[in-house]
Design a protein around this ligand. Structure first.
Ligand code: 1CP
Length: 359
């Protein structure tokens, strides 16, 4: 990867290849100048919004996220309140895994009823066609793409192979995913078979999301911070690379989010994504220093800042904006998902402040 605009994948060499060339969020993802710093918020659709909780009284998460009209409605809820620069489609990183052969419930976190525990389980892995991965989601995306004004971008997403591996081996959430980390050592061949299947499915899944209307694609690696650098090079990075290579011809900016991965950023630098999302623990200027001038950074306000008095919230947001201004490009976001106890009025203040701020 070179520096500056040269770091973009070939498909994005010409910014007019973007589906919504005038959306500030997409321009900023390519390192182009924008009049304001564009923003959205991770988990912006969800439980901190009373209108989401209201829908949740009538529908469970699976119904909400697997019915085209409902997932489109939930996706748009935050945009009716706040002038965000992007919508992120309402789904979960587990959404595509049913098509790979896993039975998944939400309670409210994911529960995998048939976890993968070794070579005997490789037989259950399926390699779905792109169209069968999540037809309800592509239908929802088509409706959203038609409804969103051209200045707002539509973001599709997937989990990264290692993070999905953690859940499907462990059988659900965990504080340390020790079963999954043990399997990397006890059954490395079966583990890498699973990682390969996950990578290939996510590449197809992201591609169909783009075809259905997603303008940018984000890859969440929520548990990669558990890995050492050597483990990252062996069990995580090559499979993210496989996704990026599978999307070489897709003209949508790619965003990679290695949560808790400050120690991995010099390897992340080699990844052919346009944007790296950074959690709140790493100053953006430092992340940019390690990532090089070719990567745009996303982030990274501490979600806890939304619980501060308004003037303290503004100070913390301003520090992030100043830090980001020195980068090759910056899109504002939180450093992780918004907490469900957050007051929506604080989000309104934050969006107002970020949009009014000039370097
Ligand atoms: O009852 C409910 O409302 C279900 C809670 C919920 C929601 C709202 C889950 C279960 N998933 C989601 C939606 C979701 N998940 C989105 C929505 C789009 C938006 O941002 O508005 C996104 C992007 C995700 C991604 C996701 N799911 C991640 C990666 C991001 C992160 O937070 O690190 C992860 C790790 C998951 C797994 C998951 N799904 C749900 C829960 C509660 C969890 C965490 C489980 C755990 O590890 O304990």
């Amino acid at each position: 990867m070179g520096e500056g605009a040269g770091a973009r994948r070939g498909a994005l060499a010409d910014p007019t290849s973007l589906r919504r060339p005038d959306a500030p969020y997409l321009e900023a993802c390519l390192g182009l100048e924008t009049t304001h710093v564009p923003m959205w918020i991770m988990r912006q659709a969800g439980r901190y919004l009373p209108e989401y909780r209201k829908l949740k009284e009538r529908y469970d998460f699976l119904t909400l996220s697997q019915t085209p009209e409902l997932l489109a409605e939930v996706t748009l809820q935050p945009l009716r309140r706040f002038p965000m620069d992007a919508a992120i489609v309402f789904a979960d990183i587990m959404t595509p895994l049913h098509s790979v052969g896993f039975e998944i419930d939400f309670a409210p976190g994911p529960v995998i009823r048939n976890p993968f525990r070794g070579p005997d389980d490789t037989g259950m892995l399926r390699s779905p066609d792109a169209e069968e991965i999540a037809p309800f989601l592509t239908e929802g995306l088509r409706a959203l793409a038609a409804e969103l004004p051209s200045h707002q971008a539509l973001i599709g997403f997937s989990g990264a192979p290692f993070t999905l591996f953690c859940y499907v081996v462990e059988g659900g959430g965990s504080k340390d995913f020790m079963t999954a980390r043990a399997l990397l050592r006890s059954e490395p061949r079966a583990a890498t078979t699973l990682l390969s299947v996950l990578a290939d499915t996510q590449a197809k899944y992201l591609r169909v999301q783009h075809e259905a209307g997603a303008d940018a694609l984000m890859i969440f690696d929520s548990w990669v911070g558990l890995l050492s650098r050597n483990e990252f090079r062996r069990f995580a990075l090559p499979y993210v690379e496989r996704i990026v290579e599978g999307l070489a011809d897709v003209p949508a900016p790619l965003i990679y989010f290695p949560f808790g991965g400050a120690h991995l950023l010099d390897d992340v630098r080699t990844l052919g994504v346009e944007v790296v999302a950074v959690d709140w623990r790493v100053p953006l200027a430092r992340a940019r220093g390690v990532l090089g001038a070719g990567k745009v950074v996303q982030g990274n306000l501490n979600p806890a800042a939304l619980f501060a008095p308004p003037e303290v919230l503004r100070e913390e947001a301003e520090a992030v904006l100043r830090d980001g201004a020195a980068a090759a490009g910056h899109t504002f976001n939180l450093g992780h998902g918004i907490d469900r106890r957050t007051d929506p009025d604080q989000v309104a203040r934050l969006v107002d402040f970020v949009h009014g701020w000039r370097a």
